[in-house]
Design a protein around this ligand. Structure first.
Ligand code: UDP
Length: 251
């Protein structure tokens, strides 16, 4: 499969690839074999709404090599528009699948971001689940520009195949876009709260809630301070319904 052959759609101007978890992994494998730098983003309604008032984030999301359909809101919007997307592809599931792939292929991971100690804990969990997995490095650091050269130097020296960055959106993806060309890694991906989940600092919703598309509700109950950010969800739904209505009228 060539990059051009991946089906993509646009939700409110932001591209989303209509991929399954299996296709995502095939693409990751192809990116490493290709060797050139690739940026993977996990698009959810918060990303899309943030990009509407952040031109740089909008540009970065449009330039990403792979835009995973994260967030049940993205799946809902695709279905409403009649796009063939069956399921979400989440950051945490993708990181775990990439760790399995990396262990099998002898490839290495670098975990950047989250609170001090969390990336190390997450790395240990991945290592235990995947004996032989090579973790090229872990570092908390911060997305502050003053730290950038130091962090880039550290990653270049470690020379991983996959770099996962957990600075939250949009900082993590802006950080990757600013540094991708000089990092020397084939795949860099923003992963949000993934290390917190892997390290057990945050709990994922039970499987039935994930299946019912209620993971966002579970996260809101666990972290009520997220309520303001989550207002993006109803705003996103209204914008999508509006765009859908306009399209139908123009048909
Ligand atoms: N984070 C960080 N430095 C920052 C901002 C955030 O290390 O300056 C980390 C934070 O500790 C968390 C991760 O970024 O581990 C993602 O946070 P959030 O829950 O906001 O991400 P989401 O999953 O909602 O994208």
């Amino acid at each position: 499969m060539t990059p051009a052959s991946l089906p993509a759609v646009r939700l409110l101007g932001i591209p989303v690839h209509l991929v399954t978890p299996e296709e995502t992994l095939q693409r990751m494998e192809a990116f490493v074999e290709d060797g050139r730098p690739h940026h993977v983003v996990t698009v959810n309604p918060e990303f899309i709404m943030a990009a509407r008032c952040n031109a740089e984030f909008h540009r970065v999301l449009n330039a990403a090599h792979l835009a995973l359909p994260d967030g049940i809101g993205v799946v809902w919007a695709c279905r409403l528009m009649g796009y063939p997307l069956r399921q979400r592809v989440t950051g945490v599931d993708t990181v775990q699948a990439v760790a399995r792939l990396a262990a099998r292929r002898g490839w290495s991971l670098f975990l950047l971001g989250a609170a001090p100690g969390v990336a190390e804990q997450a790395a240990e969990v991945l290592r235990q689940a995947n004996p032989g997995l090579c973790i090229a490095g872990t570092y908390a650091g911060s997305p502050a520009p003053a730290e950038e050269d130091h962090i880039v130097g550290m990653i270049r020296a470690a020379s991983p195949h996959f770099l996962f960055v957990a600075y939250g959106a949009p900082q993590q993806d802006l950080w990757i876009a600013r540094n991708l060309a000089r990092l020397g890694v084939p795949v860099a991906m923003g992963v949000g709260g993934t290390f917190d989940f892997l390290a057990g600092r945050a709990r994922r919703a039970p499987a039935w809630m994930q299946r019912a598309g209620l993971e966002w509700l579970y996260r809101l109950i666990q972290e009520p301070r997220r309520w303001r950010r989550m207002l993006a969800l109803p705003r996103f739904a209204l914008c999508v319904l509006w765009e859908h209505g306009i399209r139908r009228r123009n048909r």
